[in-house]
Design a protein around this ligand. Structure first.
Ligand code: UDP
Length: 238
């Protein structure tokens, strides 16, 4: 079906939800390990892998603002949540023998490196999995936007967005059995039809730099590797 993507360097956006398991929030170590296993396989295949982790399983600025918290303050808390996820993912990867570096957009030099673009590139060239944490470092942004930003900065061949379903649909397939799955879309399709993939800022950033976005289901073991080999189901946005 979908053609083989032969990518040398990619960025995978891991949402906080992907680390959550069945609980309502927090981190499920088994889920973290499953995601790490998948990433370890891809890294072992010789692909240069970087990650942007979300934090929605722990804290979201927008949700806190809805309950009266100052939005910017809530967003800073949300960015810290992504660092917690990053440290857990780093540990799970290291237990599998994968060399990793966490780089944060907000400096916290005792636990992670500050984000420096050229250093991040160097880490990737050496085969280390680089985990980008603390989003863009700015409130009023999301980790989706951070993912598009870092993928552009790293000159990645593709941005992979792991979700709960196997691509982009015309409607929520879990609620609407007639929802149609797209194999390929343009950035403009996503923006003009307001398809629920990534926020508009992320799509626009990808579009400006012709960065392909691959949307796939992260919840099946081995899914990341399968997509990298061009197998399985996914939607390509170009
Ligand atoms: N956040 C932010 N700036 C960024 C990235 C994230 O302020 O550049 C905050 C924001 O409050 C967001 C939270 O961090 O709600 C967690 O990130 P996100 O919701 O994108 O995580 P995901 O949905 O991927 O789990």
């Amino acid at each position: 079906t979908e053609k083989t993507p032969a990518y040398k360097r990619v960025l995978l956006k891991v949402s906080g939800e992907a680390l959550m398991g069945d609980g309502p929030s927090g981190v499920d170590p088994d889920m973290v390990d499953m995601v790490a296993a998948d990433i370890a396989d891809v890294a072992a295949s010789g692909v240069q892998v970087s990650l942007v982790v979300g934090g929605g399983n722990i804290f979201r600025g927008l949700a806190a603002a809805a309950k009266g918290m100052d939005r910017a303050q809530g967003d800073y808390a949300g960015m810290l949540a992504t660092v917690i996820n990053a440290l857990m993912l780093q540990n799970a990867l290291e237990r599998r023998g994968v060399e990793t570096r966490v780089m944060t957009a907000i400096q916290m030099a005792s636990i992670a490196e500050p984000y420096i673009r050229r250093r991040a590139v160097r880490h990737m060239e050496k085969g280390r999995v680089v985990i980008f944490a603390a989003g863009t470092g700015n409130p009023f942004f999301t980790t989706d936007t951070a993912a598009a930003l870092r993928a552009n900065e790293m000159e990645c061949d593709a941005l992979l967005k792991g979700t709960q379903v196997d691509g982009v649909y015309s409607a929520d397939p879990r609620r609407n059995p007639d929802a149609e799955r797209y194999t390929q879309l343009t950035y403009m399709d996503v923006l003009s039809r307001d398809l629920n993939v990534m926020d508009a800022a992320a799509i626009s950033l990808a579009r400006e730099n012709r960065l392909p976005i691959i949307v796939f289901n992260m919840h099946a073991p081995g899914a990341f590797g399968a997509v990298m080999r061009g197998e399985g189901r996914f939607t390509r946005i170009i």
